[in-house]
Design a binder for this molecule. Structure first.
Ligand code: HEC
Length: 409
C-alpha cells in the first residue's frame, strides 16, 4: 500500500508574542462572577462497564464524536457497543508501536488525533498511521484541532511546549508559563487557555501576533480544560470555571466552598458541560444544574455523539446513559411525523418502512449520522442535495433527542 507523504513541517523560530516584551504576560484583572445555584438530582438511563483487554491509557472522541480508546498499545473504536481494534499501519522504517497514549482528540474533518510519547498519530476509518509531524514533535502530551476562527489549525504540546501547526510547526513559549500541561481552544477558534499547575494564561490574537494575558485570579490547580462554543471550561482544585475570554464564571454547586473538580467534558451537540467532583458528575447547561451519582477515581471523561458519558476505570470503559428519565422523553410517536415529512418519499416501501419501529431502531444512529453529514435526505432523483439544502440541527432535533432518550417506543 504505497502512499506518498508530504515532507514534515519545519520548526520555525518561536512565534513572537506581540505586546508582551521581555516574556511578560499582559496584566489583567479578569472579572469573576459566581453561580451559587444548587443542582437538582439526576439519574442515568443506564450504566455499564465494557471490558477492555488492558487498562485504558487514553479516551476521546473522533470528528463524529464516536468514542476512541487506547489500551495496552492498541487503539479501539467503539462501534455499536463493541470495541473494534484499529491496527497501526507502519511504513518501512517507521516504529511499529504507538508508545504510551496520552490523549485522543477529534480531527476537524474526520477521524481522530492520538498523542503518545512516540509522537502524533492519525486514527482513520480502518487504520492508525503515524503523522509525519512526529519527526519534529516527539512526546506529545495533548492535541486539539480547530476548524475555524483566528486560531484555526492543529495545536499540540510536545515536550511540554505548545506548538501550532499550520504550514509549519511553530513553537510558542507562553510568557510566565514554563511547561504547558493543559490547553484548550474555544470551539470558534477565538482564544486559547493554557495552564501549568495554578498558572493560567489566556492567549488571543492581537497586535499582529498572539497576546498572552494573565487573568490574575486564584483559580487553583488546573486538572483539566475543555473547549466549547465561545468558551473554555476549567476543572480546578477550587471548582468549575468557565471563561469566554473576557471574564470568568465559577460554579459552586450551592456549596459554601465549591468542590474540587477533577474532569470536565463538553457535549458537542448541546454545548452542555459535565464535570466530575467528589464522586458525583455535574451537568451544567445555561441555568440548568444537575447532579448525578458517579464513581470516584475514574479518568478521562468524554461525551459521545448521543450525549452519553464514557470514562476509564481499571480494565474497563465505563458507560453512562444520559437520556431523559423524568417522563419528558421523546417517543417514536413524536418521530414518525418527521420521518413522514422528510424521509418517507424514499424509505417507506414494503421491504423497509422507516415508520415501523422495529425497522427504524436498527437504522436510527446511521440515519442521524447521515442527516448530520448532509447525505440524507436526498433530493429528486436520489442525488445528494446541494450543501445549502442540508438539514440544520434544529430540523432534526426530534430524531437526535429521541436517540438520546434511549429510543422509547
Ligand atoms: C429522495 C430520496 C431519499 C430521501 C428523501 C431520503 N433518502 Fe435515505 N437513502 C436514499 C438512497 C438512494 C439511499 C441508498 C444510498 C446509500 O446507501 O448511499 C438511502 C439510504 C439511507 C440509509 C441507509 C440504508 C438503510 O435503509 O438503512 C439511511 C439510514 C437513510 N437513507 C436515512 C434517511 C433519512 C433519515 C431520511 C430522512 C431524513 C432519508 N434517508 C431521506 C434516498 C433517500
Amino acid at each position: 500500500m504505497p502512499r506518498r507523504r508530504p515532507p514534515p513541517p519545519l520548526i520555525l523560530a518561536p512565534l513572537l508574542f506581540a505586546a508582551c516584551g521581555g516574556g511578560e504576560a499582559e496584566p489583567w484583572q479578569a472579572p469573576l462572577t459566581e453561580v451559587t445555584a444548587a443542582p437538582t438530582e439526576g439519574t442515568w438511563t443506564s450504566e455499564a462497564a465494557l471490558a477492555v483487554a488492558a487498562d485504558p491509557d487514553a479516551v476521546g472522541v473522533d470528528a463524529d464524536h464516536h468514542v476512541v480508546v487506547v489500551a495496552g498499545g492498541v487503539t479501539y473504536a467503539l462501534e455499536q457497543g463493541a470495541l473494534v481494534p484499529r491496527p497501526l499501519y507502519a511504513e518501512a522504517g517507521e516504529p511499529e508501536v504507538l508508545g504510551a497514549a496520552r490523549a485522543v482528540a477529534p480531527k476537524a474533518a474526520t477521524g481522530a488525533w492520538l498523542a503518545t510519547d512516540a509522537g502524533l498519530f492519525s486514527v482513520d476509518r480502518h487504520f492508525v498511521t503515524r503523522s509525519p509531524m512526529s519527526e519534529v514533535a516527539s512526546d506529545v502530551g495533548a492535541v486539539a484541532e480547530v476548524a475555524a476562527g483566528p486560531l484555526a489549525g492543529l495545536w499540540l504540546v510536545s515536550q511540554g511546549v505548545l506548538h501550532h501547526a499550520t504550514d509549519a510547526l511553530d513553537a510558542l513559549s507562553v510568557p510566565g508559563l514554563g511547561q504547558v500541561s493543559h490547553f484548550a481552544v474555544s470551539a470558534d477558534g477565538a482564544f486559547l487557555v493554557a495552564a501549568q499547575g495554578a498558572t493560567v494564561r489566556v492567549l488571543e490574537p492581537g497586535d499582529g501576533g498572539l497576546v498572552a494575558r494573565d487573568p490574575s485570579l486564584a483559580l487553583g490547580t488546573v486538572h483539566g480544560l475543555a473547549g466549547a462554543p465561545g468558551a473554555v471550561w476549567l476543572a480546578t482544585s477550587t471548582g468549575l470555571y468557565k471563561t469566554d475570554g473576557a471574564g470568568f464564571t465559577r460554579y459552586t454547586f450551592g456549596q459554601a466552598s465549591a468542590p474540587e473538580v477533577t474532569q470536565v467534558a463538553v457535549d458537542p451537540a448541546t454545548g452542555g458541560v459535565w464535570a466530575a467532583a467528589g464522586g458525583s458528575l455535574y451537568y451544567v447547561q445555561g441555568n440548568l444544574l444537575k447532579r448525578h451519582g458517579g464513581a470516584a477515581g475514574e479518568r478521562g471523561l468524554v461525551v459521545d455523539q448521543l450525549g452519553d458519558l464514557y470514562s476509564m476505570a481499571s480494565g474497563a470503559l465505563i458507560y453512562r446513559g444520559t437520556g431523559a428519565t423524568d417522563g419528558t422523553a421523546v417517543t417514536f410517536g413524536d418521530v414518525v411525523p418527521w420521518i413522514e415529512a422528510r424521509c418517507s418519499a424514499c424509505h417507506s416501501n414494503q421491504t423497509s418502512d422507516f415508520r415501523d419501529y422495529d425497522v427504524f431502531i436498527t437504522r436510527a444512529e446511521d440515519a442521524l449520522a447521515r442527516v448530520r453529514s448532509g447525505d440524507m435526505p436526498r433530493c429528486a432523483g436520489s442525488v445528494r442535495c446541494p450543501t445549502e439544502e442540508a438539514l440544520a440541527p434544529a430540523d432534526y432535533a426530534v430524531l437526535e433527542q429521541w436517540i438520546r432518550d434511549g429510543m422509547p417506543q
